[in-house]
Design a protein around this ligand. Structure first.
Ligand code: FAD
Length: 291
């Protein structure tokens, strides 16, 4: 890859990185795995004056799990680390599956879940599951740290709520309540050679046969990953029968606002939202029943 013309910094702490970001101004970009950033530079969509690599910051790749609180995924934890982490596989299998559903082995060995979110593509494979599970991002700047619900993080295609000088240092996912089930479903025309044409992440929490809470998140069918809140409302407090699942899946399809592009037509995407939401809800119900 022939790309040049920028200064490269490898800070040793988040404070140093965020100070550099502020000092260098608009032409400065943070880089984790570079699997999105370097492609954009190569295609001349971006011309950074400065790149600030995060991978030299000790501890930023940490993944930790605490049963009471939840899961923390550090900013430089690789997609492959998340896909294969024993505790994530055991306690958050849908998160591991979403990471494993991202790109191919080579990309997963370079790219990060945090980079996937910060890139803010509507199709980001890791966003729907994390949204459905009520994840938060931890953002650090020179003035300190703040936590932001992932719900409020995506503000447009390629745009996030990150302020100048801020770095996403970790993603936090609360432990789901008892009797919850989570599922991620995706479809793409050419398997994982291509990015997802539609992705659906779902979390349901059950009280016996009744769904006490449902969260449904859709990818690649709106300018940002989005919650299907009307569909969620349909299920709340209802017996999670196949008929109710179908009703909610159709409502999610109505809420989606897809466009037609090289990957799929808007009509196809709408239909696939209904199909994948139905599948995700059924799988989540099954997982919740298994505990
Ligand atoms: C061949 C190929 C296939 C792909 N397939 C898929 C796919 O199937 N599904 C999918 O969702 N994506 C796919 N991608 C996109 C990409 O690989 C992922 O989005 C990846 O997770 C990005 O992570 P990264 O660490 O490489 O991010 P980078 O490229 O390093 O960064 C991406 C963006 O986020 C910013 N950034 C990164 N980390 C931080 C941080 N901690 N704080 C603040 N800003 C930050 C960067 O400045 C940049 O703007 C594919 C890419 C390629 C090249």
């Amino acid at each position: 890859m022939n790309i040049s013309g920028f200064e490269y910094f490898s800070p040793r702490s988040v404070e140093e990185a965020s100070q550099l970001l502020l000092e260098k101004g608009k032409g400065a970009f943070v880089m984790a795995g570079g699997t999105d950033l370097l492609i954009k530079i190569r295609r001349k969509l971006l011309k950074p004056a400065v790149i600030i690599g995060l991978k030299g910051i000790p501890g930023l790749d940490k993944i930790s799990f605490n049963r009471k609180q939840g899961l923390t995924i550090g900013a430089t934890a690789l997609l492959s680390d998340v896909a294969h982490h024993p505790k994530i596989l055991r306690h958050f299998p849908a998160i591991a599956y979403a990471a494993k559903s991202t790109a191919n082995t080579q990309i997963r060995n370079m790219g990060t879940v945090a980079g996937n979110l910060c890139n803010a593509a509507p199709s980001a494979d890791n966003a729907p599951t994390l949204l459905a599970m009520g994840a938060e991002v931890i953002l650090a700047g020179t003035q300190g740290e703040r936590r932001l619900p992932l719900d409020q993080f995506f503000i447009g295609p390629g745009q996030t709520a990150i302020e100048p000088g801020e770095i996403l240092t970790a993603i936090f996912v609360p432990t789901p309540p008892p009797h919850s089930g989570v599922s991620y479903q995706w479809i793409s025309a050419r398997g994982k050679v291509d990015i997802s044409a539609v992705g659906v992440g779902v979390m349901v929490t059950m009280k016996g046969k009744v769904c006490s809470s449902a969260k449904i998140a859709l990818g690649a069918v709106a300018p940002t990953p989005m919650r299907a809140r009307k569909a969620e409302k349909i299920l709340s407090g209802k017996v999670l029968s196949s008929r109710m699942i179908e009703k909610a899946a159709l409502e999610a399809s109505r809420e989606a606002k897809p466009i037609s592009d090289v990957r799929a037509s808007a009509e196809y995407r709408k239909q696939m939202v209904a199909v994948l939401t139905g599948r995700a809800l059924s799988e989540a119900r099954q997982r919740a029943a298994k505990g």
